[in-house]
Ligand binder design. Structure first.
Ligand code: GCU
Length: 686
């Protein structure tokens, strides 16, 4: 009798009852934990990336408000492994009104996808945690084809469930991933549940500390993709940078299908040829073509069609060569300088180059840049300090760079792959970044590689103090008290006042050896003097003005005989904050900034440093400094537009915006916008 009763009561309920019966007694917390926290089921990882996505059989799941809904789950209670009752994927619904169900996606708030939920819902602005996204869709699976779910980007940890069963999990934001989901689908109504979690930590990529907002959720297109059972997974077609009548054609099938006949056509070039897949279901061939070359002045694209017995995919591809020689950059064997910024308004800036920092943007950016004739730098968020020795961290970063390269490998506009930004020197960092560079090499060796480096030893920057002290000691406008301090600094360093001293910095980050482009972030005129002001006991205002005076003579070079790209410089400014007048103690009145030399002293004007005038002045001195350094062949000032950043709370000025934009969040141009546009127009030529 007892046995028959025991057989019908499921084990979980039994253990639940036993827990309640005995738990009051058990001191051993782990039993309790294990009771609450069951073993995590296996979450498959995504398939290799499906390329040429825009010419596939697609059903979009992008949705207006009415389709997608979301539930915030700060306790991560919705996961099957952490909920008593199987979790949200069960998607239980009331039948009799007597069922205990503590969630309901049908009545939950609605959200537009793609779109970050902490941008859409003010309550979630600072939230970091799991949010579930729910979508119902009608579908009829087809016997002869495979069905895939393609998500172009979801931040940062994504778990996917279809009709209650686990599809898989992807760690890493911003890059596309896809799962083959045929076995999960049913004919008729299907439920897609996506748990997105924007939690970051020491071992994620990026870590939780970034100077940009951790937008959470599905930030890219969501597609149901149908392919034949044997399909072309991805294909690569790029011009040989050394031979403009040869292009490398690479293709991979979804499996090792040998002997598949594949045709490659470029109608406008009267090119048509057939190839056979090898034993690994792949093709690698050089083809002879004679295309017009893609460039900013002639963004020529060609329709390329690849067909197998089962399908045909196509894309618009431009053919160009990008390479460096010595300290020069060459586009189609013509010397080029990068004039960097963002797209439409940026054309007003006379730019030819965009640094898409610090993470992969949507694929649409590169497609538009192809048409606009803009050169692009694409980057993965290996940013500041990363858990270099952690193999999981490395696999996340590898996945990001591989998926980015495989997504945009045919974009003529993409000329630079960047593997990192401002990462501190260490052996494990070198190993990590070399691993990413090798990943790129596996797929594409036709573009430049780089990383935004920090450089300059403490020793080097200490000499900047002496350069500023000498400038101050010789200055006509520095007040006597500060001049005396400058003189004592020089005396201690045994430097006589009639010496000539200029600051020079040589970028020597050992990673430079393995990069094509030496990229360097520098903030002369913005951050550096803040480090010195307390130590020198000189007012920051005086040091900032002296810095402007010494900047034109600053020498920036590199131990590597390669072109330098200044990947960041800039200053913050609040649009509309004008202070071209400075309070002068001496004249007991505000004087125009241009008269600053006339012994004016910085009064207690609170936001002068956040003025448009200060930003414009910094740009003038920066651009003069950069154009005086011949090894510098590219610049992309930081940053085109004010952007959300958690590190920037200053009320009334920043309000959680990084204010280094040349335009503010509403598109208003600050004074420095014109300074840069004029410089690109008149000075920084090819
Ligand atoms: C850094 C960093 C950026 C940041 C910028 C700034 O160099 O790369 O992400 O926004 O400086 O301080 O504004």
């Amino acid at each position: 009798m007892i046995n028959s009763i025991l057989n019908i009561i499921p084990r979980t309920v039994l253990s639940f009852l036993i827990f309640f019966a005995f738990n009051l007694e058990s001191e051993d917390q782990s039993d309790a934990d294990s009771f609450f926290e069951r073993e995590a089921p296996v979450y498959p990882t995504p398939d290799n990336l499906i390329g040429w996505i825009d010419s596939r059989q697609i059903i979009t799941l992008n949705g207006e408000w009415s389709y997608w809904s979301y539930i915030v789950d700060p306790m991560n209670n919705g996961l099957p492994e952490s909920s008593f009752f199987g979790g949200f994927p069960k998607n239980k619904t009331q039948k009799t009104g007597m069922e205990l169900i503590e969630y309901n996606f049908e009545t939950a708030a609605k959200i537009q996808i793609p779109g970050a939920w902490n941008a859409a819902d003010e309550k979630l602005f600072f939230y970091r945690g799991p949010v579930w996204l729910y979508k119902k869709f009608k579908y009829s699976p087809k016997k002869e084809s495979l069905t895939h779910l393609y998500i172009e980007g979801s931040n940062f940890t994504t778990r996917i469930f279809i009709n209650g069963s686990i599809v898989g999990k992807f760690e890493g934001g911003y890059v596309p991933f896809n799962f083959e989901i045929s076995k999960h689908l049913k004919d008729g109504e299907n439920i897609l549940l996506v748990q997105t979690d924007n939690t970051l930590n020491e071992s994620s990529v990026p870590t939780q500390k970034t100077d940009w907002w951790p937008w959470g959720g599905i930030v890219g297109d969501v597609y149901i993709v149908e392919t034949p059972k044997q399909f072309i997974r991805n294909a690569y077609l790029q011009l040989n940078p050394e031979n403009f009548t040869q292009a490398l054609f690479k293709l991979e099938m979804n499996h090792k299908f040998a002997g598949q006949e594949i045709s490659l056509e470029i109608p406008e070039l009267q090119f048509s040829n057939k190839f056979i897949t090898n034993s690994s279901g792949a093709i690698t061939e050089n083809i002879k073509i004679n295309p017009q070359l893609w460039s900013p002045s002639n963004p020529k694209l060609y329709e390329v069609i690849i067909s197998s017995a089962n399908e045909s995919i196509k894309d618009e591809i431009g053919f160009r060569s990008i390479k460096t020689q010595g300290q020069k950059i060459y586009l189609n064997n013509t010397e080029v300088r990068f004039k960097g910024k963002l797209l439409l308004t940026a054309k007003e800036l006379n730019i030819n180059f965009v640094r898409a920092a610090h993470y992969p943007y949507t694929r649409h950016l590169a497609k538009i840049a192809d048409q606009f004739g803009l050169m692009l730098w694409e980057e993965v968020p290996v940013y500041w300090n990363i858990d270099w020795d952690n193999p999981e961290t490395l696999s996340i970063a590898k996945n990001q760079i591989t998926r980015l390269v495989q997504r945009d490998q045919n974009r003529a506009s993409v000329v630079v792959w960047s593997v990192a930004n401002e990462t501190p020197l260490s052996e494990s960092r070198m190993k990590f970044l070399h691993a990413l560079l090798s990943e790129i090499e596996l797929t594409d060796s036709s573009r430049l590689t780089t990383a935004a480096l920090l450089s300059g030893s403490e020793e080097q920057f200490r000499s900047l103090v002496l350069v500023l002290a000498l400038q101050g000691a010789k200055s006509k406008w520095v007040d006597p008290k500060e001049k005396a301090i400058f003189k004592s600094i020089l005396d201690q360093a045994n430097i006589s006042i009639d010496r000539e001293l200029n600051f020079s910095l040589s970028i020597a980050d050992p990673l430079g050896e393995s990069l094509d482009l030496i990229s360097y972030n520098e903030y002369f005129g913005w951050y550096y003097v803040t480090f010195f002001t307390d130590q020198m006991m000189i007012s920051e205002g005086t040091l900032r003005e002296l810095m402007f005076e010494v900047m034109p003579k600053i020498k920036i070079s590199s131990i590597f005989n390669k072109p330098i790209h200044i990947s960041e410089f800039g200053a913050g400014a609040k649009y509309g904050n004008h202070t071209n007048k400075i309070w002068s103690e001496e004249f007991n009145k505000p004087i125009h900034i241009s008269e600053f030399g006339a012994g004016a002293k910085y009064g207690n004007h609170t936001n002068k440093i956040w003025s448009e005038e200060y930003q414009a002045k910094l740009y003038k001195h920066q651009l003069e400094m950069l154009s005086n350094n011949p090894q510098i062949q590219g610049i992309s000032p930081w940053v085109f537009k004010d952007f959300r950043a958690m590190l920037r709370p200053l009320p009334g000025i920043q309000d959680f915006y990084n204010r280094k934009g040349l335009i503010d969040e509403n598109g208003n141009k600050k004074e420095a916008f014109k300074v840069l546009a004029d410089f690109y127009e008149n000075k920084w030529h090819q």
